[in-house]
Design a protein around this ligand. Structure first.
Ligand SMILES: [Zn+2]
Length: 690
């Protein structure tokens, strides 16, 4: 009897020791970023499971079924270790099979621990193990002979905003301050239209939209007609050895090349807005999956995909970010339950979280592959700028520009925009801590700046819900509405809704034309007015349909008006939501170069968006094609560097991008369509699949 209660008492200790050890072993081998920096890492991987084991064991031992100390110890050990084991087994972890090793440890160790009784010792052993396997610094460059270049993009970032933050608090944005001391910087001159998809493509190709084919978000990767810098890096034409590249979240870069194509493009993850979640490697898209959750997209991820993305995002998180993810999750859940958080309170936190996750993916994959050219683009500064500028302005600027903003909103969201800059600064600080600026060149860029859009301009936007519109256009009945949704992807850009057909070529055009016919007849029945103007954006491919609300009818539309789309009647609030922007684009973006061969603490007058590609190529050590209209920003390089590495020119343009094949999902659908057309199967054949 005495013996039994003694071992009952030691069950929590046995479980704590076993769970901690299993978690630490799995994480150390499969997701080691989680233990870096070491102290928050130890707290996350060792202390947290160790403490949790005592709580869980206490609860389990109250349940009659868990009389036996061995059962309590094993059940506790597995329950507590499981979250860490799932992370170690995530798709993006280094050795996903570690999940099974960890499970075996968590199940077997408690039996031995019940006799050994050394939970503190085991936790210590786990800590030593984690300390003994330190994460090495980042190694950029593949040894191909190219000079490593890291490009960090912050959409809409501009020096004016950064300077205001530093003026208000000299300790703010420490990494950006350090980079200005150690680098050469300038305002980056953008051009209208400032649509981000257009400008980022100019930044990557060095040529105008007329030459590269990308005018707006309605365009797709298959419309791209000019090579990007990384195409030149991985497919060298000039006889020089090919280098390696990795691209995180640059716009219009999905779907990624098919397996076997461009093997030197080591990673490529989707940018903002695209409905395609495909990435290279496949699991490198957790931020994209999260984005598809939050917006009015027609292809939301399923629970399994979302769960996988959450595991992957933890597997590549560093310890600080892991704690931040957990903190954000608690903030969101408790804020919603107890503080009355609305959609606005949740949205800006999610946008910052997405950038944070993309940064983690970038660091982990850079460490794994050490490419010559790597880039990470973050969008929180733009998206939060558009919608939260009013709270920022009311707190730090001229509250009269936004009279409708209430004090409670300023209190809750007045810091959102500055926090998005701070989140980017933390990423730069991590880069500075892990990479040696003597060995890499670092470039910072944005596509344009941002300024307030005062309320007096009354830019009230009616945002169309793409999914709801397609559902109605399909006839509303469950099967028909769903099928219509399945044919298209949608994205909202400013006032317009862009609808793209998933099927390519003739089939896609037919789908879009059918849809256009239905939408042409859409009416506001309550006041007898038309609803939309419809157009195919200026590209011959007609791959997407642009739907604009008839703006002259803006003031007559009420949210309870009855609308008709096809044969379907509904109310306006089903189709529209009111979206109020308070920040709009400005032509001054930002530019900075730092690192090997770059002048320190130097300010330049102005750099053009067309100068970015030539400067990237030159920094990499590549020749600059004569077809590019921009110039190398030579004044940013030291005299010694210029003497040793004069600008080289080569006839022609960048190598053409490889043809973008459709995403596998689209391919499957195309194949199905073809089989139907050729009479092999019928449309309602269950074997046809989707
Ligand atoms: Zn924008």
């Amino acid at each position: 009897m005495a013996d039994e209660s003694a071992s009952q008492a030691s069950a929590p200790r046995a479980a704590a020791g076993a769970a901690t050890f299993a978690a630490a072993v799995s994480i150390a081998l499969s997701a080691p970023s989680l233990t870096n920096p070491l102290l928050p890492g130890l707290a996350f991987v060792v202390l947290l499971p160790w403490a949790m084991a005592f709580v869980v064991a206490w609860f389990l031992s109250r349940i009659p079924a868990f009389r036996d100390a061995r059962v309590v110890a094993i059940a506790t050990s597995i329950t507590v270790a499981l979250p860490w084991l799932l992370v170690a087994g995530a798709g993006l972890a280094r050795h996903p099979w570690m999940l099974w090793v960890g499970l075996l440890l968590a199940a077997m160790l408690p039996l031995w621990m019940l006799r050994a009784r050394g939970s503190v010792l085991t936790a210590l052993a786990a800590s030593v193990l984690l300390c003994a396997l330190p994460e090495g610094g980042l190694k950029y460059g593949s040894g191909s002979g190219l000079r490593p270049l890291v490009v960090v993009g912050m959409d809409s970032a501009n020096w004016r905003f950064i300077e205001e933050m530093i003026e208000a608090n000299p300790d703010d944005l420490p990494a950006l301050q350090e980079l200005r001391r150690r680098g050469t910087w300038a305002p980056l001159e953008s051009e209208t239209p400032t649509a981000s998809a257009r400008i980022w493509t100019i930044l990557g190709t060095g040529v105008s939209d007329a030459a590269n084919g990308i005018k707006n978000f309605g365009n797709r990767r298959s419309d791209l007609r000019a090579g990007r810098v990384w195409d030149a890096v991985v497919d060298s034409q000039d006889g020089a050895p090919a280098g390696t590249a990795g691209v995180v979240a640059w716009l219009i870069n999905t779907p990624p090349p098919q397996p076997g194509e461009q093997p030197n493009l080591k990673f490529n993850t989707p940018g903002w807005v695209t409905g395609i979640r495909e990435a290279r490697p496949a699991a490198a898209n957790p931020a994209k999956v999260l984005e598809s959750m939050g917006e009015d997209s027609t292809n939301r991820p399923g629970f399994g995909e979302l769960f996988g993305a959450m595991r992957s995002s933890m597997a590549v998180a560093d310890a600080d970010h892991a704690w931040l993810h957990v903190g954000t999750a608690f903030e969101l859940v408790f804020g919603k339950l107890f503080s009355g958080f609305g959609k606005e309170d949740l949205t800006w936190r999610m946008k910052i979280t997405r950038d944070r996750i993309n940064a983690d993916v970038f660091f982990e994959l850079s460490r794994r592959y050490g490419p010559d050219f790597t880039t990470l683009v973050m969008y929180g500064t733009d998206q939060i700028g558009h919608f939260y500028w009013k709270y920022h302005e009311a707190k730090y600027g001229d509250p009269e520009l936004f009279p409708s903003v209430r004090p409670v909103e300023v209190k809750r969201m007045g810091e959102a925009l500055r926090d998005s800059y701070r989140a980017c600064d933390a990423v730069l600080a991590r880069l500075l801590a892990q990479a040696d600026l003597g060995e890499i060149t670092l470039m910072l860029i944005s596509d344009h700046g941002m300024q307030p859009l005062p309320e007096a301009r009354d830019d009230k936007l009616l945002k169309l819900r793409g999914g709801a519109l397609l559902y109605a256009a399909g006839g509303g009945a469950d099967g028909a509405g769903e099928e219509m949704i399945a044919r298209f992807t949608t994205s909202n850009v400013d006032k317009a809704l862009y609808i793209s057909a998933k099927a390519e070529g003739e089939t896609g055009r037919r789908h879009l034309n059918e849809l256009r016919e239905v939408l042409e007849g859409a009416r506001n029945v309550s006041v007898g007015q038309g609803l939309f103007t419809l157009s195919f954006p200026d590209n011959t491919l007609q791959a997407s349909l642009r739907v604009d609300f008839l703006y002259e009818n803006k003031d007559t539309l009420e949210m309870d008006h009855e609308l008709q789309v096809g044969d379907v009647l509904g109310v306006a609030s089903d189709l529209f939501e009111i979206e109020t922007r308070s920040g709009r684009h400005h032509l001054d973006g930002f530019f900075l170069l730092a690192g090997a061969g770059i002048e320190e603490g130097k300010q330049l007058e102005r750099v053009s968006i067309y100068d970015v590609t030539p400067t990237m190529l030159h920094a990499l050590g590549k020749a600059v094609p004569s077809d590019l209209p921009g110039r190398v920003v030579t004044e940013a390089f030291t005299a010694e560097h210029q003497a040793a590495h004069p600008v080289r020119s080569v006839e022609g343009g960048l190598p053409q991008p490889i043809r973008a094949r459709s995403a596998s999902e689209i391919e499957a659908e195309l194949e199905r369509q073809k089989l139907i057309e050729e009479g092999y199967i019928t449309a309602d054949d269950p074997a046809a699949g989707k």
